[in-house]
Design a protein around this ligand. Structure first.
Ligand SMILES: Cc1cc2nc3c(=O)[nH]c(=O)nc-3n(C[C@H](O)[C@H](O)[C@H](O)COP(=O)(O)O)c2cc1C
Ligand code: SF4
Length: 416
């Protein structure tokens, strides 16, 4: 029995972008039509009923963000798709944009109408150049078909979308750094307050959501919150796009119902690990998220069940490690990533990522002392409390979770 589902990914590979008539015959853009018919409050009620949370990592309830954006009194506002997709192991936004670009255009247009925005932007990771070209063509075709531009579908609503190439750094996925880079400044985070929802792109209120969040909004408006919610298992609502990789037989992008267990994802969807074991641990949600040891593989994949155990759904990536992977080697890759991607603006992150990486590499070589090992805790907690942005605040998460779940193995790497 297949454990995957196809709500968000319902139109994957079923059309080419020139076939917009076929797309609409299949049901595409019916969520936008319903939105224009029923009005913004209906959209927000549907998002609330579906319990949709943002898919970019922080899992903030979508209806709250959309309500706050709608309430802004300014005449000019923007909606923005965060397609920077920089979290290691994450590659599902690329698939959403490449295999169903019209759904992202539809979701963004629904958002624009709901919050009262005049213009939308898609901020695309620079490596996704082909996808950016395709989305620009899809925007033009949608405009020719009165799905964008002036008086959309004969209503008084007018809305345009532009694509923008990302600045090529992981930190540019962070909202304030993203906006800074769009302004032509160095892509570094700034102090929050004002938030981008208050003063974002060109100084105007800007609602930023992940690619998948917009795809979910279009799906929910197309099929209704009840239908979307009903695909979840064991009392969970809805589904999630995941990118499965690492030591797994069938890596790839899948849509899974919330409520499926980690074990089912690994074995039934991923085909098991490459050494045919159940696996040693996974890292779910990105490099900034905790490791999940095999003893917890019966946990249901869902926001509440993961929160209860201190795990993260995050961006939807699942990196699988089999029995041959040394935890300390895995941590070396994670800490090297953060040292490289720290923008250097604030001291705790700039220095902390470097010092932790040094200690982990000493542990890999078997030359670290107990004092160094203990220092990881102190540096980590300083970073969590005092770093300016989410990068520094979450960089130590994987290590701290490894110290909790794999301490005996880590201590084998200590010299004295
Ligand atoms: C260092 C860093 C990198 C991030 N990268 C991304 C990213 O690539 N894509 C994304 O959607 N969100 C990313 N985020 C989260 C965004 O700042 C933001 O919370 C998200 O786009 C909001 O959309 P959502 O509510 O739909 O999740 C990043 C955050 C941080 C701190
Ligand atoms: S926490 Fe790191 S990435 Fe964020 S502003 Fe400080 S140095 Fe830059």
């Amino acid at each position: 029995m297949t454990k995957t589902c196809s709500m968000i990914s319902e139109y994957f590979d079923k059309y080419s972008i020139k076939e917009i008539d076929k797309y609409m015959e299949m049901g595409g853009f019916s969520g936008l039509k319903k939105t224009l018919d029923k009005g913004p409050d209906f959209v927000i009620e549907e998002l609330k009923a579906s319990e949709l949370r943002g898919r970019g990592g922080a899992a903030y309830p979508a209806y709250k963000k959309w309500t706050a954006a709608k309430a802004r009194p300014e005449e000019v506002k923007y909606v923005l798709v965060n397609a920077d997709e920089g979290e290691p192991g994450t590659f599902k936004d690329r698939d959403l944009l490449a295999r169903d670009p019209y759904k992202i255009i539809e979701g963004l247009t629904i958002a624009g109408y709901t919050v009262g925005a005049c213009e939308g932007y898609i901020y695309i990771r620079e490596e996704y150049d082909d996808i950016r070209r395709q989305i620009i063509e899809a925007i033009a075709i949608a405009k020719d078909n009165n799905l964008l531009g002036n008086n959309i579908l004969g209503t008084e609503f007018s809305f345009n979308i532009k694509a923008y190439t990302g600045a090529g750094a992981y930190v540019c996925g962070e909202n304030t750094a993203l906006i800074e880079s769009m302004h032509g400044n160095v892509g570094r985070p700034r102090v929050k307050r004002p938030r981008v929802g208050e003063r974002g792109l060109f100084g105007k209120p800007t609602m930023v959501n992940n690619v998948e969040t917009y795809a979910c909004a279009a799906t929910i408006m197309n099929h209704g919150s009840d239908a979307y919610s009903s695909v979840g298992l064991n009392g969970h609502k809805g589904s999630k796009m995941i990118s499965l990789c690492g030591n797994i037989m069938r890596p790839g992008v899948y849509e899974v119902p919330f409520g499926i267990t980690v074990k089912e994802i690994i074995e039934e969807i991923g085909g098991g690990t490459r050494d045919l074991s159940l696996g040693k641990f996974i890292q779910s949600g990105g490099a900034s998220c905790p490791l999940i040891p095999y003893t917890h593989f019966d946990t249901e994949y869902g926001y509440h069940t993961f929160d209860d155990n201190g795990f993260s759904i995050g961006s939807g990536s699942i990196v699988v490690a089999n029995g041959n992977v040394r935890v300390v080697d895995y941590l070396s890759a994670v800490t090297s990533f953060f040292e490289h991607e720290s923008c250097g603006k604030c001291t705790p992150c700039r220095e902390g990522t470097k010092r932790i990486h040094e200690i982990i590499d000493d542990m890999c070589a078997g030359s670290a002392s107990m004092a160094q090992y203990q220092r990881i805790n102190k540096i980590s907690h300083t970073m969590i409390k005092t770093s300016l942005c989410g990068l520094g605040q979450t960089a130590p998460t994987a290590i701290l979770s490894a110290m909790k779940h794999f301490e005996p193995e880590l201590l084998e790497s200590i010299e004295d």
